[in-house]
Design a protein around this ligand. Structure first.
Ligand SMILES: NC(=O)c1ccc[n+]([C@@H]2O[C@H](COP(=O)([O-])OP(=O)(O)OC[C@H]3O[C@@H](n4cnc5c(N)ncnc54)[C@H](OP(=O)(O)O)[C@@H]3O)[C@@H](O)[C@H]2O)c1
Length: 270
């Protein structure tokens, strides 16, 4: 296992090193993008830990993935719960090679509806949790000789859109990744931000629109996606796996939109 500092490229690579044997903690792994990241990493031979608030979702995930996944119900906005889970994962796996801050979301409505608590809650679940996750993981990543941290932002953090409290928090995540990449670089720790476009997630808004109002969905796709379809969470998960792998050793402090050229958040919200 190469859990440590990535070897600089010297040419002559014979194959994709993948994430086999990597020890990775992903927050928010029971639904949507987080679930796809956890499933892909497990399928590729990584040891994966994940958390969510609802135990039932974690139990279902563990039942289908077996002992390759370590789960714990917790709220990522509770600092001590998250820190303790990082420590428990580091202990259980004998170290950590990567973390993915995927839990996130938005509280409150438009600018005149969202109150101070909505802004604070949206900040904490996106920025606060990502910063604490990386901070708690640093000793384990450093001990492994380096590693990779991926922060899931959004194209809402890159270009303006509705729900300013969300866009501002997602924008801060991009800045966080770039700043931490500079600060932690000397320890061989890479930090990058990935910004999905509007993903087609089963049961969520765009998927419901696709099933309930195909004409409106066709208009949405035509207006937003030059590639003819929204990006799938599985496609975003592959980019995250790449950033956790040693083939991305040259990438740190980057912001990587994975949006099939959507380019900006939908004015209809997300
Ligand atoms: N959906 C999109 O189109 C889209 C586009 C761009 C960016 N993103 C970003 O991508 C990430 C994943 O989004 P998604 O839509 O796939 O998410 P989702 O379907 O809402 O799933 C969120 C996951 O995070 C967990 N979670 C949420 N709040 C949590 C908390 N406070 N503590 C612990 N776990 C928590 C959820 O489980 P519990 O509810 O059980 O806690 C679930 O496992 C987010 O950072 C989001 O901002 C999403």
């Amino acid at each position: 296992m190469n859990g440590g500092r990535a070897t600089p490229h010297r040419g002559g690579d014979t194959g994709w090193p993948g994430v086999h044997g990597k020890r990775v903690l992903v927050t928010g792994g029971t639904r949507g993008l987080g679930e796809q990241i956890v499933r892909l990493l497990a399928a590729e031979g990584a040891r994966v830990a994940t958390c969510a608030r609802t135990a039932r979702g974690l139990d279902a995930l563990a039942a289908s993935l077996g002992s390759s996944v370590f789960t714990r119900p917790l709220d990522v906005t509770a600092p001590e719960e998250l820190e303790e889970f990082v420590a428990a994962t580091g202990k259980r796996f004998g170290g950590l090679d990567g973390v993915v801050a995927c839990a996130g979301g938005s509280r409150g409505g438009g600018f005149e509806q969202a109150d101070a608590e909505d802004w604070a809650a949206t900040w904490e679940v996106n920025v606060g949790h990502a910063a604490r996750l990386v901070r708690a993981a640093v000793p384990y990543l450093r001990k492994a000789g380096g590693g990779s941290a991926v922060v899931i932002s959004s194209i809402s953090g890159w270009k303006p859109g509705p729900h300013a409290q969300y866009g501002v928090a997602k924008s801060a995540q991009i800045h966080l990744a770039a700043s931490l990449a500079r600060e932690l670089g000397p320890d061989g720790i890479r930090v990058n931000a990935v910004s999905p476009g509007s993903m087609l997630i089963p049961g969520r808004r765009w998927d419901r629109m696709r099933r309930e109002d195909p004409d409106a969905f066709a208009r949405f796709v035509a207006a937003e996606f030059p590639g003819g379809a929204p990006v799938a969470p599985q496609e975003v998960a592959r980019v995250v796996a790449f950033l956790l792998s040693d083939w991305s050793s040259g990438i740190s402090g980057a912001h990587l939109p994975v949006d099939r050229a959507q380019n900006a958040p939908s004015p209809d919200g997300y």
